[in-house]
Design a protein around this ligand. Structure first.
Ligand SMILES: [Zn+2]
Length: 397
């Protein structure tokens, strides 16, 4: 076996013939040509063997023992005698119009899932712009939107903040059964969502059995309008967050009232923690604060009970009963922020208690926020919406 034959076998492209090999410490260059001397005219589909001229294409392939591999391929420009057309016949394992093989593109794409484009660029000796373009082009093909939507029965609608503190929200759609992101929409306006779901078609809308979302009127309106067979469930964690906000607003006003007391200062996250996750120090600090404010302790206990009734209720009738007694008790405290929360509970009660029959939450989207923080770090700041969307969808492809 000659050296050339050995490498032809190693590369594994059946139609490639190596004529000579150039090696340096960094690179291996294979000078080669395509074996087949007949091609088919893309215009009239007639076979032709007439070659007008040759051109050398330089194509990058997967590394061999950490040396870059380049194929300098002589490709023929064919002439079609039937329709007089000139065309190049490029091997099918080269990405059309690109300077790398398809398998090299796939490898670069996989690297991009984990790291910044600049790092990948340095690894494969391509500019970060080329790497970026490759990634987004392949991502677009990989996400297969229609397939994603086809099997959805339980839909989560939630948002992520695109730019922190700017009220700049993107809307995230989740398949709650598979725990994957279906799509990301540029905002959370009612007309954006309605248009999106209408475009997905009647069959899609009819197959949705459950929608889980937070208390945001457009979400609820859209769900009622677009999904005739769905039960709407308010996401449990959004309600718990709302009661935690009541706790924190009280803590803040106590901080203002008792300027010289430290006990309300650093307990925000300890108040939010579930008691079963608190250690003795946490409890001691909380107790100090409770000694100064009985109201804080009352609302803290109310929040804990609130969590438990969601854990314990076996069906929505039971949850409604529990919730009614909870409200009755909470109203006695007559604390303004808490009263606002109670009004919200009463307004949305049917959708809140629906949790007990469906047991769905949007917890998946919470995890997405961590991924986005990481992604913003590796992409040097704020990515444009289109790219952010593709990154998210590829991560759950
Ligand atoms: Zn032709």
């Amino acid at each position: 076996m000659t050296q050339e034959e050995f490498y032809e076998d190693l590369l594994g492209f059946s139609d490639l013939k190596i004529s000579s090999i150039e090696k340096t410490d960094q690179k291996i260059i294979f000078h080669c040509e395509v074996k087949t001397k007949v091609s088919t005219c893309p215009n009239c589909l007639e076979p032709t063997g007439q070659i007008n001229q040759y051109e050398t294409r330089k194509v990058q392939d997967l590394k061999i023992s950490s040396r870059e591999v380049w194929l300098h391929i002589r490709v023929g420009q064919f002439i079609c005698p039937s329709c007089n057309r000139y065309f190049f016949d490029t091997p099918k394992w080269i990405a059309p119009g690109k300077s790398y093989t398809k398998r090299q593109a796939k490898w670069i794409f996989e690297l991009c899932r984990q790291q910044a484009f600049t790092q990948v660029g340095a690894l494969v000796n391509l500019s970060y712009k080329t790497v970026e373009r490759l990634f987004y082009e392949m991502a677009e093909k990989l996400i297969k939107l229609p397939e994603r939507y086809a099997r959805v029965r339980k839909l989560g609608i939630d948002e992520i903040s695109h730019r922190k503190g700017k009220q700049d929200y993107a809307c995230v759609l989740t398949d709650l059964e598979r725990g994957i992101q279906l799509d990301v929409l540029p905002d959370r306006k009612q007309e954006t969502l309605t248009a999106h779901f209408q475009l997905l078609g009647v069959d899609f809308c009819n197959q949705i059995e459950v929608v889980c979302c937070d208390i945001w009127k457009p979400y609820i309106n859209v769900s009622k309008e677009c999904f005739p067979n769905a039960e709407i469930v308010i996401d449990r964690f959004h309600i718990v967050k709302a009661i935690n906000d009541v706790l924190d607003s009280l803590r803040k006003s106590l901080r203002r009232e008792f300027k010289y007391e430290d006990c309300f200062k650093s307990i925000k996250w300890k108040l939010f923690k579930r008691p079963e996750k608190c250690n003795e120090t946490d409890f001691a600090l909380l107790q100090n604060a409770f000694n100064k404010s009985w109201l804080l302790e009352e609302i803290y206990q109310l929040r804990n009970t609130f969590n438990s009734i969601f854990d314990l209720a076996k069906n929505k009738y039971q949850l409604e009963q529990y919730l009614n007694s909870w409200i009755e008790f909470a109203e006695k405290l007559n604390y303004s922020h808490l009263n606002t929360f109670i009004r919200t509970l009463k307004n949305w009660k049917p959708h809140i208690v629906a949790f007990a029959s469906q047991r769905v939450t949007n917890a998946v989207t919470e995890g997405l926020n961590n991924y986005l923080r990481y992604f913003k770090r590796i992409s040097f700041g704020i990515p444009c919406f289109k790219h952010m969307r593709l990154r998210i969808l590829v991560a759950s492809a």
